[in-house]
Design a binder for this molecule. Structure first.
Ligand code: 5GP
Ligand code: MN
Length: 345
């Protein structure tokens, strides 16, 4: 089955129900939130899970929701399949409670920040229902209930909207997690999509006990040495293409080994490619342990990298997207990618 196209954005949508997300935005938004609340409240054992190689949004949103659900009369687990988890995010409250497998007894899976089911790394549950909470415009709508808000800056914003609508109480631990998720996915309130609603959300989280300075410090100044050791090796590989409108960086298995860095320590290196004055699209190609190549794409102001990533089997957002390939050499992949990017410049 072909993947659905990225949701074309509010202003460009042709009409209701061209895409499953239209249902949320044009018609049925209130009842979807109520459906999710009812499924959650009537379940006995919830598993909250985010995507493989989680970032601060996936971890913060999952841990924030887990803290909320803990107060409800049911069992709740928080699960990420990846091991090891990024240790620089170990400051997130509840991090040490994360499990690495889904308890088969859970009757409801709440997924966060995951645009497609395969990003979770788990088998399709036989009996459990799925509530899909996300903000990726490439979301495939794999849940029984899909709350996907592509205009939202972080998955934590979607989760918080559900929590508020459901009337569940938010403690300080949740506020810290949701705030870290927001700060990270907005590039510290610098990316497109940051608006008054985002600052209202941030303000609510600060009122609920999040600490702005501490969270920013933990996200930025809590890095392992291996990450800084990897950076110059990666930057040495930076090449410019297409009249310097594109910049690409390579991260190889041997660079990871020499620096002692884990794969999630490459997370923001692609931003250096985009940061150059002439560059519209930055990409990073990283060796995965299973021989696959993981590509991260970032654009500055006009190229839709979500659409490009989808054509290679991935997805994401308009200015940040990614995909993984299993059957291409780095050189061939790079050629194909550059050819595809060129069409958008
Ligand atoms: P990153 O490049 O930081 O891994 O990802 C950028 C954005 O694209 C994130 O929102 C991430 O969830 C999404 N993304 C990255 N890789 C994939 C992928 O293989 N499939 C999908 N659907 N989304 C991806
Ligand atoms: Mn996110």
């Amino acid at each position: 089955m072909p993947l659905p196209k990225c949701w074309p954005s509010f202003t460009k949508a042709k009409g209701p129900f061209d895409h499953f997300l239209d249902k949320i935005l044009f018609m049925n938004e209130k009842s979807l939130y109520i459906e999710a609340k009812e499924l959650i409240e009537s379940s006995r054992h919830i598993t909250v899970i985010g995507h493989l190689n989680p970032d601060a949004d996936a971890l913060g949103t999952a841990l924030g929701l887990w803290s909320v659900f803990k107060e409800l009369p049911k069992r709740t687990d928080v699960v990420f399949l990846s091991r090891p988890l990024p240790q620089y995010l170990a400051f997130l409250p509840g991090f040490e409670k994360i499990r690495h497998s889904v308890n088969p007894k859970s009757d409801l899976i709440v997924t966060v920040d995951s645009g497609s089911f395969d990003r979770l790394g788990i088998e399709k549950p036989a009996d459990a229902k799925i509530v899909n909470i996300d903000h990726h415009r490439s979301n495939t709508g794999f849940g029984d209930v899909n709350i996907v808000e592509p205009e939202f800056a972080s998955a934590s914003e979607v989760a918080f909207k559900l929590v508020e609508r459901a009337g569940w109480s938010v403690k300080r631990d949740s506020a810290i997690n949701f705030y870290a998720a927001l700060l990270s996915d907005t590039g510290f309130f610098g990316y497109e999509g940051v608006n008054g609603r985002v600052f209202d959300f941030a303000k609510r989280l600060l009122e609920l006990g999040a600490d702005a300075e501490w969270t920013a410090r933990m996200l930025r100044e809590n890095q392992p040495l291996s990450k800084l050791r990897l950076l110059p090796k990666a930057l040495q590989t930076l090449r410019l293409y297409l009249d310097a409108r594109v910049a690409g960086i390579d991260v190889t298995a041997s660079m990871l080994e020499e620096s002692g860095a884990t794969v999630n320590e490459t997370d923001d290196i692609v931003n250096y490619a985009r940061s150059l004055a002439t560059v519209e699209v930055g990409f990073l190609i990283r060796d995965e342990s299973d021989g696959a190549l993981k590509v991260s794409l970032r654009s500055k102001s006009y190229v839709d990298v979500c659409e490009i990533a989808q054509e290679f089997g991935g997805g994401g957002h308009i200015r940040a997207a990614g995909f993984t390939v299993y059957d291409l050499e780095r050189k061939v992949l790079k050629e194909r990618l550059l050819k595809r990017i060129e069409k958008e410049l």
